[in-house]
Design a protein around this ligand. Sequence first.
Ligand code: DX5
Ligand code: ZN
Length: 231
Amino acid sequence: MPDYLIAPSILSADFACLGEEVDNVIASGADIVHFDVMDNHYVPNLTIGPLVCEALRKHGVTAAIDVHLMVKPVDHIIPDFARAGASYITFHPEASDHIDRSLSLIRESGCRSGLVFNPATPLSHLDYVLDKVDMILLMSVNPGFGGQSFIPSTLDKLRQVRRIIDESGRDIRLEVDGGVKVDNIAEIAAAGADTFVAGSGVFGFSSGSDDNRYDSIVARFRQELAKVGSC
Ligand code: DX5
Ligand code: ZN
């Protein structure tokens, strides 16, 4: 079975107690923290920046933090997020005038780099930079908001990217973001994804209390993933 990673998007967490929310979801078995950065310019919403990333590190979060930049321009904020403790930094090619430079800057800053593809963004942006990406993130909704429905054409796009990665022989994660739920995660994994962002699909299903609050929802995701390839 591939090394599947579950990446709850804190966009749907309770921001009034964000540190505890992250602690709880990681204690429940999630792998990495998906951190959505929106600027009310590249996308029509405004969220959180490097100060909040740094606050999570100071709070004691040790899990990888997967910073998804939905900002334009991107370069200025990359070193700030690296200093704030980001592990991955991904950005949208439309938001950078110099994609190769932005990818290099992420790695030079000590982070793993990635490109994000909106539903209508062509994969050709990968053509000359595959050696500079550690992660490819396919948006399965249009970026800006949590709680939207998964766009089915993402499945074909995932299969295409899986082929590109496998043929390259490179160690590149294939992440999917938007509308990932218990009832579709297996199909998404079968199409080739190995890293699953879920916001409302995780934080909308709290049960129990404190550090076992998200146990059952993370376990249900894992059960679905365990079915992939076994039939
Ligand atoms: C949307 C964000 C997503 C969002 C996903 O622009 O990039 O990470 O939180 O939310 P759900 O899982 O609710 O679709
Ligand atoms: Zn995201």
